[in-house]
Design a protein. Structure first.
Lengths: 598, 289
């Protein structure tokens, strides 16, 4: 059982640098800002691999943000074409009307390959999809499909393509569901839930500039996809919809009387996903990206924790309802194979937390006292269970239960992701050194000469350029290793700065020592924004990439994570999310912890 | 090459160049610590000026430069001479621009002279970087030894650069007065003659004190996102800090629409990026994640 510090309900954590955000947050919180910031957790508590691993999706995750935007702004998605044969092959096209912008999603379904299992290869896939600007254009879709078919990695397109995506059928469910419907019966919810809960699994998204596609940062303000990862997660949402349509059409091609899937079952289906260590390298490469999401999340949580008692009855009722759904979900989940805490233990901890919140709702007391900040006390009690994931689920629920503030803070994320990591050359070396000591004390304290401390290196494989992890003493390629060694570059910078007079400016130091430019820019960024660094030696033999992979996927919105190896994390997106019929009316926005009957 | 380039070119997006760039530059021999910044410079230069991918591709096969090797000499209270030892602006330019800004912050009117370097097409980006950091900068590139085929090889930025030649000298001048730009352009030839005997290529980059916009702003903290922020930045850099408006406009257009680059240069660029990849083996596949 893990131990951890209690959630910092005004526990005097060192004030974090907020740089450009201080005034922005003042605009959100006004006079309450200091109170909110006093409840902000520290980086030692939040940024370790163990802490990141336990963080589930929140209202701030990109899937949630996209769905909320779809509902709030009245998106409509209509199927314009569906031509699928009895083997599940053919084409489908969807037109999306979003905030005055029209785009479309074309799907090309290829024959299933039952021998395809395990790892994803981009040149072997069941489905190709493309999201293109403008009304449906079958010729353009065919051109993009042809280009991708000729060469997945060498294909090119133009700026009116938002992205390409590939996907595969679920070996366990796609044919099963098509067969059941063709027989005239519905599959059971229990069977769907026990076999992954998805018909299609994502096999890759090629967008944000790749292959010549349009990047989100090039879109005008207000464009429906001008937010980080919105096009990516839209493709996942569309696969979920297309998967259900294609499986139904396959059944109808076999039996014209085949029924449609029960909408309750359709709603419970998501889209599968498996991600590897490249996501960890991305977290390290873009510290402003990492900072933005975590800061928004932590500020939203700090706001909830800072609420003075007595707590509004509606709020406690909401929290209790979500806790009950979370506990039920964990109780239904089978044991996990690797890495993550066991569902039964999490459910048990959630039960204790639920009892505390129920007491709060009844009497206004937590642990026999009437605390000034009741949610802070509940969070501390949750920490005392020793179950990180239960604590973080409580935090996610508190963030959800304070939706209005959370949504206001969410605007920080795309802005923060655009903050540049740039050297500030005027800074005196003395200031840089102080910053280094203050913000990277965790890295400077590491013994990088200890056995195992440099065990691994990360590299790009010739095979599709994907990131892999080699053993430094055995494998080739360390000279071109992918950068993940924050602790190493920071320690080398500290050594180089040791004898430099304090008044020398960074610009001069770096002209003489350009090999430290990268480290200097990271240190200076850390002086302006918090939560930008994973506090670990990622090269160490003990580091488990799955911890950070899961965090990355939680930012996107993945549910039901599982690890088949320390380097792969799988899960499901959009289970329980709205369906196309929900969109125009703006309904069904409460899909946290969906229940699967059966 | 810009969006109106040849039909047989390759359409690329700027984020794509930005993403591949660090690996390509590492493949070309630049150290990790500088590859990221250099990739930004290459991306902007390809979009706004052209020819940057070709410049990177030309590095293929050359031995990687060794760390150090810069001779830095203070001539007087206002002048520092940096001998780059043949290392180009692709590798050192960002450091030189940053150095100029740091010198300008410390000593208004300071002048930095960089000798024996190359990569003229990157000078507009360096002017822009100074502007981004809050310094008004003007660059002037001056050809070196007389060349019968190139009777006039002087060029100033903000404006399009002339074709670069092999051996280059860069002068970076930082001045405190509001008239620094005019002063620099008027005086540079004399300076060059004084410093170099008048027979070497050169560039003057003249930096004022921080601009009004830059003085109260930390680099990269202009909160906002997306294309409108980029356009706003571009307009501000051009209007307030002396970056070239036409180049900025081309950059903004390329960010929106992508650009067409020469297919051979693109192939060489991506091949450099692939050069740091590790060959596939069964053991390698087992290490995938």
């Amino acid at each position: 059982m893990v131990t951890m510090p209690p959630a910092a309900a005004g526990s005097g954590v060192r004030r974090l640098p907020l740089g450009p955000w201080e005034e922005w947050l003042r605009g959100v919180f006004g006079a309450e800002l200091e109170d909110v910031l006093s409840c902000l957790r520290g980086e030692d508590e939040v940024m370790t691999p163990e802490a990141l691993r336990a963080m589930p999706p929140t209202r701030l995750s990109f899937t949630n943000g996209l769905v909320r935007r779809m509902l709030d702004r009245g998106w409509s998605i209509g199927r314009r074409h569906l031509d699928i044969d009895r083997d599940g092959c053919g084409t489908a096209v969807y037109e999306i009307e979003a905030e005055g912008v029209t785009f479309h999603f074309g799907v090309f379904a290829h024959p299933p390959d039952e021998a395809r299992q395990g790892r994803i290869r981009e040149d072997e896939y069941d489905f190709f999809g493309a999201i293109l600007e403008g009304p449906v254009d079958m010729e353009r879709l065919a051109r993009d499909h042809d280009a991708f078919t000729r060469s997945a990695w060498g294909a090119r397109t133009t700026a009116d393509t938002y992205g390409w995506t590939v996907a595969n059928r679920s070996n366990r469910l796609f044919e099963h569901v098509a067969g059941e419907l063709a027989r005239g019966v519905q599959p059971t919810a229990a069977h769907l839930a026990a076999n992954g809960g998805y018909l299609i699994r994502n096999a890759g998204y090629y967008g944000n500039g790749r292959a010549g596609t349009r990047a989100w940062r090039s879109l005008p303000d207000g464009h429906p996809l001008a937010s980080p990862y919105h096009a990516d997660v839209l493709s996942l949402f569309l696969w979920r919809i297309a998967g259900c349509d294609i499986v139904e059409a396959t059944a109808r091609a076999r039996n014209p009387a085949a029924p449609a899937l029960d909408p309750a079952l359709t709603r419970g289906l998501g889209v599968g996903n498996s991600s590897g260590i490249g996501t960890v390298a991305a977290l390290v490469r873009w510290p402003a990206w990492l900072s933005s999401y975590v800061l928004a999340r932590e500020v939203a949580l700090a706001h909830a924790i800072s609420r003075p008692g007595p707590i509004d009855a509606k709020c406690t009722a909401h929290v209790l309802a979500l806790l009950a759904r979370a506990e039920r979900l964990y109780r239904e989940e089978p044991p996990r194979e690797l890495l993550f805490e066991q569902p039964a233990a999490i459910a048990g901890a959630l039960q204790r937390i639920t009892a505390a919140v129920a007491e709060l709702a009844r009497s206004g007391l937590v642990g026999a006292t009437a605390p000034r900040r009741p949610w802070g006390e509940v969070a501390a009690l949750a920490a005392s269970t020793g179950c990180r994931e239960a604590c973080e689920q409580l935090h996610a629920i508190l963030v959800e239960a304070h939706a209005e503030t959370t949504d206001a803070v969410a605007a920080l994320i795309p802005r923060g992701m655009a903050v540049e990591r740039v050297v500030r050359p005027e800074q005196p070396v003395g200031e840089l050194r102080a910053l280094l000591d203050e913000r990277f004390d965790w890295a400077l304290a590491m013994d990088l000469s200890a056995p195992g401390a440099r065990e691994f290196f990360w590299y790009r494989s010739e095979e599709n350029g994907e990131n892999r992890r080699g053993v430094r003493a055995q494998d080739p390629g360390a000279e071109g290793e992918t950068f993940v060694d924050v602790a190493g570059i920071v320690q080398r910078l500290a050594q180089a700065l040791a004898g430099v007079p304090a008044g020398v400016r960074v610009g001069r130091f770096l002209l003489e020592h350009p090999e430290h430019a990268f480290a200097v820019s990271r240190v200076q960024l850390a002086g302006r924004v918090p939560f930008g660094e994973i506090r670990a030696n990622l090269l160490d033999a003990a580091f488990r990439p799955g911890d950070a992979i899961r965090f990355f996927l939680s930012v996107l919105g993945v549910e039901r994570p599982g690890a088949a190896s320390p380097q792969w994390v799988r899960g499901v997106f959009f289970q329980g999310a709205p369906l196309l019929d929900d969109l125009p009316g703006g309904g069904h926005d409460d899909w946290m912890f969906p229940h699967h009957a059966g | 090459m810009r969006a109106d380039g040849p039909a047989d070119g390759v359409h690329v997006s700027l984020p794509e160049l930005r993403r591949i760039g660090p690996d390509a530059l590492r493949g070309a021999g630049l150290p990790l610590a500088q590859a990221d910044e250099a990739a930004l410079m290459v991306t902007w230069t390809e979009a706004a000026i052209g020819g940057a991918l070709a410049e990177v591709g030309a590095l293929r096969g050359r031995p990687p430069s060794t760390p150090g090797g810069l001779a830095i000499r203070t001539v007087d209270a206002g002048t520092v001479v940096v001998d780059a030892g043949g290392r180009g602006l692709l590798e050192l330019g960002v450091r030189i621009a940053d150095f100029a800004c740091a010198e300008a912050a410390a000593r208004p009117g300071a002048q930095v002279v960089v000798r024996d370097t190359s990569g003229a097409r990157f000078v507009p980006y360096l002017v822009r970087r100074c502007a981004f950091l809050g310094y008004r900068a003007v660059g002037r590139y001056v050809a070196g030894a007389p060349d019968a085929d190139a009777p006039s090889a002087a060029a100033a930025w903000p404006r399009e650069p002339a074709r670069g030649r092999d051996r280059r000298l860069v002068v970076v001048r930082a001045a405190g007065a509001q008239s620094a730009r005019a002063h620099a352009l008027a005086a540079i030839d004399d300076d060059l003659h004084d410093l170099l005997g008048g027979d070497a290529d050169g560039l003057v980059l003249s930096c004022d004190r921080p601009t009004a916009a830059g003085a109260d702003r930390s680099a990269g903290d202009d909160l906002g996102s997306g294309a409108s922020r980029v356009a706003r930045d571009a307009a501000r850099l051009a209007a307030e800090a002396g970056a070239d408006a036409a180049s900025e406009a081309r950059f903004v257009t390329a960010l929106r629409d992508g650009l067409v680059v020469d297919a051979a240069h693109h192939a060489a660029f991506t091949a450099l990026a692939a050069a740091i990849r590790v060959p596939t083996s069964e053991r390698s596949r087992a290490q995938a994640g």
